[in-house]
Design a binder for this molecule. Structure first.
Ligand code: HMG
Ligand code: MG
Length: 306
């Protein structure tokens, strides 16, 4: 069942930087994308076309999309919560757009200011217009393992949103542990609900690492045959509407684990560590990735010894 190749969607430029207190310039975001491409990233979530009043860090979405170097074979995705966001996004030629709903009513209201049912009504024309433009649509199911406002979230609640997304034509669903509370068997139960409605190739996992469970959760998904995960270089990330939640699972940690298991990712770990060190320097914090810190320490020790 375990896959031989795993696709990692690098969400550092979007999920990673949307929550940063210090401003990161458009030029620095573009440089991060360039370095990620150098490290072999072939799926990059670049930015969000959301309200700048809600998420000021993503206000430069169009500028960043216009400035990144497009390389053949690389797919660029962006978040679009409504038609206004989609229209602005389409002008920048994304390969994929992401609508983001939630398995909990409370989080839906806090994050996108509407109920789950209203969010689906909003997403339906977004999906239709994206498809008319030949653009694939991914749907994120936030708070699939727990909600900062509601608390426990059941697999039934996850399945309900998956079914609603399927009904409006969303092509792919991502099961998201927004606050990183899930543990492996609970993650399997949530993912299995998505797999009732979508094929393996159209389901992915998005795990924040707040409680240190993300790698174990990815391993649990691999056991189900899942082979696509969102990860964030240097473990950057968080959601402004999920206070206290830390970053996504670090790309470097996931690559270290997968390569150690003989599973291909197409990514170069050393170059990823460089990209993570670059953005960590910009935001003035060491990488959260344990693998990156270990490799940087090894490099420093080797430099001192020579
Ligand atoms: P609203 O206030 O209900 O929207 O917000 P509205 O339609 O009433 O519009 C209010 C104002 O926003 C208007 O401007 C609109 O023009 C503007 P005003 O007339 O006041 O000057 N506006 C927009 N501007 C730019 N782009 C847009 C847009 N839409 C409206 N697309 C809305 C509703 C959805 C817009 C708002 O709640 C919002 O932007 N939320 C985004 C929150 C967000 O980005 N959260 C983080 C991403 S999700 C995430 O991190 C989870 C994920 O990683 C998975 C996981 O971990 O769970 C994906
Ligand atoms: Mg997230």
């Amino acid at each position: 069942m375990r896959p031989k190749h795993v696709t990692l969607v690098e969400v550092g430029p979007r999920d990673g930087l949307q929550n940063e207190a210090a401003p990161v310039t458009a030029a620095e975001k573009v440089e991060l994308v360039r370095r990620l491409q150098d490290a072999g990233c072939r799926e990059i979530e670049v930015t969000s076309f959301v309200s700048p009043k809600w998420v000021p860090q993503m206000a430069d979405a169009a500028q960043v999309m216009a400035a990144i170097e497009r390389r053949p074979g690389v797919r660029y995705s962006v978040l679009t919560p409504n038609l206004k966001g989609l229209e602005a996004a389409l002008a920048t030629r994304p390969d994929e757009v992401v609508v983001f709903g939630a398995a909990s009513e409370a989080f839906s209201r806090r994050n996108i200011n509407c109920s789950i049912a209203e969010s689906i009504e909003r997403f339906a024309p977004v999906v239709e217009a994206a498809h008319a433009a030949g653009v694939k649509v991914r749907g994120a199911v936030s708070c699939a393992l727990g909600c900062p406002y509601q608390g426990e979230v059941t697999p039934d609640e996850v399945e309900r949103v998956v079914v609603l997304m399927k009904a409006i034509g969303v092509d792919h669903v991502g099961i998201a542990d927004t606050i990183g509370v899930g543990t492996p068997l609970a993650v399997q139960r949530a993912v299995e609900r998505a797999l009732k409605h979508y094929p393996l190739v159209e389901v992915s996992g998005h795990f924040h690492d707040t409680y240190g469970q993300a790698l174990a959760n990815i391993l649990a998904c691999l056991e189900l045959g899942l082979h696509c995960f969102d990860t964030s270089v240097a473990g950057l990330g968080g959601c402004p509407y999920a206070k206290g939640a830390t970053g996504n699972v670090a790309t470097e940690d996931v690559v270290y684990m997968l390569h150690g298991m003989g599973i291909e990712t197409g990514l170069n770990l050393d170059a990823l560590v460089d990209a993570g060190a670059y953005i960590s320097g910009v935001i003035g914090r060491p990488p959260a990735s344990r693998a990156a810190r270990a490799l940087l320490a090894r490099r420093a020790a080797a430099a001192t010894a020579s």
